[in-house]
Design a protein around this ligand. Structure first.
Ligand code: M6R
Length: 366
């Protein structure tokens, strides 16, 4: 049932060209420029008049929420907040009846996320769910929602569910942006067409796996690692660090690249691998100077770069290429080498990748 792969996690990473396509299937009419998410249509007025979207989630799903915040604000111009469900539920948050509370959960059974929704329901917010498991508690208790249709995710480390969540958040943001007129029609079509190109681009970047395996060999003995990114790719840095911690037991932190000089730079020496997501156009020059700051302190830099970006390639110790894409969609590509890097490092360290110690697939107790 591992389909010829050694582990479920690897199988699930390699399924992503298909699961990303499945998350979009039947929801896009590219010719007419129509996106149809049933849950949004049903509550269209609530969505179009929402003062705010509050995203509540845990772990990797919370990180997907951070990218959702960029998408909703950047494209649909809806103020968005992202909350750890466990903090939100206990801090007497302000929730109004014009707010939408969006729970993101692969399993649909995470106790803290369920409790956050109960609280929001008591305050009359509209509850929306993005889940993978059909018929799960969160899917049932929300007013509306969308499934990601990724199929069962067995590996404890979430991979294909994360990219599925990103597709749904992108579709939601685009559908709302189109209805609200917050992006131009040409940009809307550009993003829509590019979204449909993503599965093939994922397929092509998976072919760089040998290079990623080689890089894993070079950093497998590190005790710490730092992941940096900016903009849409700052949450990807968090996700790369979470994957590494979970399955290889190497301590890792994700940081917005420019925050490095406010603290973590003190940690950098020749033993500190720094993984930089350097594939965004809009912050390219700034990320280059962040890389230079690390190199000046003898840090080892592994960069995720846009295909053919020789200038960054020359600066760093190891470069892993990904195809070019529109920036709001770039996390769908840039996260995948980080999933593979964590996987290969964990294997080299003889760890149980599918069932890491102390972790459960779904956290049904608080
Ligand atoms: O089922 P959920 O998406 O609600 O789970 C949330 C987290 O427990 C989950 O994402 C966890 O962080 C993963 N093990 C990360 O890989």
């Amino acid at each position: 049932e591992k389909g010829g792969f050694d582990h479920y996690m690897l199988k699930e990473i390699y399924q992503q060209p298909k699961t990303i396509a499945d998350a979009m299937r039947g929801r896009i009419n590219a010719k007419q420029g129509i996106i149809t998410l049933g849950g949004i249509n049903e509550f269209e007025n609530r969505f179009l008049n929402a003062d705010r979207i509050i995203i509540a989630a845990c772990g990797t799903s919370w990180i997907a929420g951070l990218i959702g915040e960029h998408l909703f604000e950047d494209l649909a111009r809806i103020p968005t907040e992202v909350e750890y469900a466990s903090e939100f539920r206990y801090r007497n948050p302000i929730i109004k009846n014009n707010d939408i509370v969006l729970a993101i959960s692969q399993s649909g059974e995470t106790a803290d996320t369920i409790a956050a929704l109960e609280l929001a329901r008591d305050r009359d917010a509209l509850l929306y769910g993005i889940c993978n498991v059909v018929g799960s508690s969160i899917a049932r208790m929300t007013d509306a929602g969308s499934y990601i249709h990724a199929g069962p995710e067995i590996g404890v480390a979430s991979t294909k569910a994360f990219t599925g969540q990103l597709v749904l958040l992108t579709l939601m943001a685009l559908q709302l942006a189109r209805k609200k007129g917050t992006i131009s029609s040409s940009y809307f079509f550009q993003l829509l067409n590019e979204l449909e190109n993503i599965p093939a681009k994922v397929e092509s970047l998976l072919q760089n796996d040998a290079k990623i395996k080689y890089v894993a060999q070079e950093i497998k003995d590190a005790n710490n690692a730092l992941y940096l990114g900016r903009g849409y790719n700052f949450p990807v840095a968090l996700e790369g660090a979470l994957k590494l911690k979970e399955i290889s037991y190497i301590h890792a932190e994700g940081y917005p690249a420019a925050e490095m000089k406010h603290g973590p730079i003190a940690l950098i020496d020749e033993n500190m691998p720094v993984i930089v997501v350097a594939s965004n156009d809009s912050t390219r020059e700034k990320v280059i100077s962040n890389i230079q700051e690390v190199k000046a302190r003898k840090g080892k830099v592994i960069a995720i770069i846009k295909e053919g970006d020789q200038a960054i390639e020359k600066l760093v110790d190891y470069a892993i290429e990904i195809p070019d894409t529109e920036e709001p969609l770039s996390p769908l590509l840039s996260v995948i080498p980080l999933q593979l890097l964590a996987y290969h490092i964990a294997i080299l360290r003889d760890c149980n990748v599918d069932q890491p110690r102390n972790l459960a697939k779904s956290v049904t107790v608080e």
